[in-house]
Design a protein around this ligand. Structure first.
Ligand SMILES: Nc1ncnc2c1ncn2[C@@H]1O[C@H](COP(=O)(O)OP(=O)(O)OP(=O)(O)O)[C@@H](O)[C@H]1O
Ligand SMILES: CC(C)(CO)[C@@H](O)C(=O)[O-]
Ligand code: BAL
Length: 290
């Protein structure tokens, strides 16, 4: 395992790892560190499909609106490197903020458009502009001398995944985006680095999110009306959970399904999206329907 902290080092090390391979292919796994089994799954998926896998660990200030969220974001580089090595990653890029933003905040940055203003974007204004800007920088920084390569993102961050897909399509990045299914704890809670801030009772209460999503999955499988209102009521019945949004949307555009699709028997492809605050922690989750 090689750990580098500069863009030049990343390019040099990825070129060295790829050189001499008969059929080289490259996968990049962008992360913010504090890694868990969800990240390991992204890395394993990348290792199955590419001859060389690099992961980045960078807590990107540009995507944090709330300074206290940035300040308390967990950091655990040594353990992260170990987890990535076990998952088949050969190269870790862990830059300082000054390496990524040497001139301070970038003047020119990505705009995530209307898709970046709804759901997570409504609660975290500017978040997706900042996330897309750093993803674009990472994709450029990691670009090996190959025609194209792959980058891996979790389906847990469904809006981010949809936006990254739009970015590479709209701006002709030579990168194939791979979405990896959400890894969950045995009790159903989607793994997230921020889960560690939940108290025992908050963690228990947070299970209502995946339970409510599973309710919709069951109805969709049985081709019943989704009856989103009753699923919303289930979440609202949990006093420690403050619901932000719960919607059924088109997976690519995140446009909410028309009202009548929720009341007539479900017959299609959709994504149920949920976000809530549990104690001081904002949690998101989603499940595909149909
Ligand atoms: N449970 C999970 N299953 C699959 N992929 C995940 C999971 N959690 C995060 N990822 C993916 O890992 C990548 C890095 O995410 P990130 O480092 O922000 O971790 P995180 O656990 O989502 O942290 P947080 O949500 O608390 O910021 C993203 O593409 C994200 O979608
Ligand atoms: C994609 C990403 C690494 C960009 O900072 C981040 O938003 C994340 O961890 O999901
Ligand atoms: N996992 C998405 C990154 C963030 O919450 O800022």
């Amino acid at each position: 395992m090689k750990v580098v902290s500069t863009i030049a080092g990343l390019r040099e090390a990825s070129a060295a790892l790829l050189s001499g391979q008969r059929e080289p292919s490259f996968g990049l796994v962008p992360t913010m560190g504090a890694l868990h089994s969800g990240h390991a799954e992204l890395a394993r998926a990348a290792a199955r499909e590419n001859t060389v896998v690099a992961a980045s660990i960078f807590v990107n200030p540009l995507q944090f609106g709330d300074p206290s969220d940035l300040e308390r974001y967990p950091r655990s580089l040594e353990a992260d490197v170990e987890l990535l090595a076990e998952a088949g990653v050969k190269l870790v890029f862990a830059p300082e903020v000054t390496e990524m933003y040497p001139a301070g905040e970038p003047m020119v940055r990505l705009s995530s458009g209307v898709l970046g203003t709804v759901f997570e974007g409504a609660s975290r204004p500017g978040h997706f502009d900042g996330a897309l800007t750093v993803v674009a920088k990472l994709l450029h920084a990691g670009t090996p001398a190959l025609g194209s390569y792959r980058a891996y993102f979790g389906q847990k961050d469904a809006q981010q995944l949809a936006l990254v897909r739009r970015m590479v399509a709209d701006l002709n990045f030579p990168v194939q985006i791979v979405g990896v299914p959400t890894v969950r704890a045995e009790d159903g809670l989607a793994l997230s680095s921020r889960n560690r801030f939940l108290s025992a009772s908050e963690r228990q209460a947070a299970l209502v999110l995946s339970r409510a999503l599973r309710l919709l999955v069951g109805r969709a499988e049985r081709r019943e009306p989704l009856d989103l209102d009753s699923a919303v009521a289930l979440v609202r019945s949990e006093p420690l959970v403050e619901l932000d949004y719960f919607e059924v949307v088109n997976p690519a555009t995140l446009a909410p399904l028309a009202e009548n699709c929720r009341e007539t028997p479900f017959n299609g492809q959709a994504l149920a999206l949920i976000a809530a605050k549990v104690g001081s922690v904002r949690l998101i989750d989603n499940m595909p329907l149909g």
